[in-house]
Design a protein around this ligand. Structure first.
Ligand code: NAD
Length: 315
């Protein structure tokens, strides 16, 4: 009989942490009410992208649960950049709107960059405006920055799970403006030693094996395999990939009765950018679903409440 103790990896439960954040927001919202205002979020959803419709629906539903005012604007896919700019302008001016969210992706003919830059930085609850991106990069204090929701959620998750960041080696795979770059900036600001990898990186596995904290934001199912992970590392899986192919499903989830039942019923399942087999060598990991994704909406709510308070205090 072997006497080697098997240490089970910790699951970083995004649903529980999101619930904690939302319950803290409830008391902040009660304070806002006492001061005579209700934070408000305007969501702009262009066209009929089913994934975007689903995301927007949960955002609006969460607003209603918490008592944040929300309204939806749903222009047709044929809308012009100019018409969208006029809509954003009117939302910028309305006092009861504290946050403006333009659901991405926008149709090809729309100038996304121009539109994101048209949102006043004080109402930029997605944190995509160059002013907020610049403030984040320059390490401005948290109350001065509206940071992108997914990376902000990752940092909350690490903090609330007592995962040390300062002095740790962090490796980020992915360099998008939405996840990769801002999470790298946040980890640097929290004093980690950060390496950013991407599609042109050479010897990727050699680099990822150095990581105490490995963040995968790639968009490829199960891309990070167990041999790319240092045993005991914290794995943060941002990827949301739908798997419909039975052979691919088997590769990731053979023997997982609960997943199999769901897959048989719906014909698909969701897998992250990290192969679930790699989680077994981790010290801690964020599951998919129920990890990082669960926090994104909570952080959007948090940014809306923060933007409302900051505008009223003149911050
Ligand atoms: P993106 O397509 O903009 O960026 C992907 C990045 O992966 C790129 O920087 C690219 O260089 C890198 N990459 C691609 N192939 C690679 C390879 N072979 N080796 C190394 N790097 C490679 O994607 P994104 O918007 O950053 O999203 C990434 C994933 O995260 C997607 O699955 C997306 O659905 C998911 N996502 C989840 C949330 C959430 O709330 N959980 C939010 C945003 C994005």
């Amino acid at each position: 009989m072997s006497n080697v103790a098997v240490v089970e990896p910790r699951v970083l439960d995004g649903v529980a942490i999101a619930a904690e954040i939302k319950s803290e927001l409830v008391s902040k919202l009660a304070e806002a009410k006492e001061r005579g205002y209700t934070p408000g979020l305007a969501v702009v959803l262009v066209g009929e992208n089913p994934a975007s419709q689903l995301y927007v629906k949960s955002k609006v539903k969460t607003c209603a649960e918490l008592g944040i005012y929300s309204e939806m604007h749903t222009p047709a896919a044929s809308v012009t950049t100019e018409e969208l700019l006029a809509l954003v302008e009117s939302l910028n001016e309305r006092d009861e709107i504290d946050g403006i969210l333009i659901q991405l992706p926008l149709p090809e003919h729309v100038d996304t960059e121009r539109l994101l830059e048209a949102v006043v930085p004080e109402k930029d609850v997605d944190g995509f405006h160059p002013i907020n991106a610049g403030r984040l990069l320059s390490g401005a204090p948290a109350e001065k920055v509206l940071a992108p929701c997914t990376p902000a959620g990752i940092m909350e998750m690490l903090r609330r799970s007592d995962i040390p960041v300062s002095g740790q080696r962090a490796v980020v795979i992915g360099r998008s403006n939405i996840v990769g770059k801002p999470i790298a900036a946040m980890l640097i600001n929290a004093s980690a030693t950060v390496t950013v990898c991407h599609s042109r990186t050479r010897d990727l596995a050699e680099i990822t094996r150095e990581a105490d904290i490995l963040v995968a934001a790639i968009g490829r199912a199960g891309f990070v395999t167990a041999d790319m992970v240092r045993p005991g590392a914290t794995l943060v899986d941002v990827g949301i990939n739908r798997v419909t192919d039975a052979a691919e499903f088997e590769r990731f989830f053979a023997g997982d009765a609960k997943r199999m039942e769901g897959f048989a019923k719906r014909g698909s399942t969701v897998v992250g950018d990290i192969d679930p087999a790699a989680f077994r060598v981790a010290g801690a990991y964020t599951p998919v679903p129920g990890g990082v994704g669960a926090l994104t909406i909570a952080m959007l709510m948090s940014n809306t409440v923060k933007a409302a308070a900051a505008r009223r205090s003149g911050n």
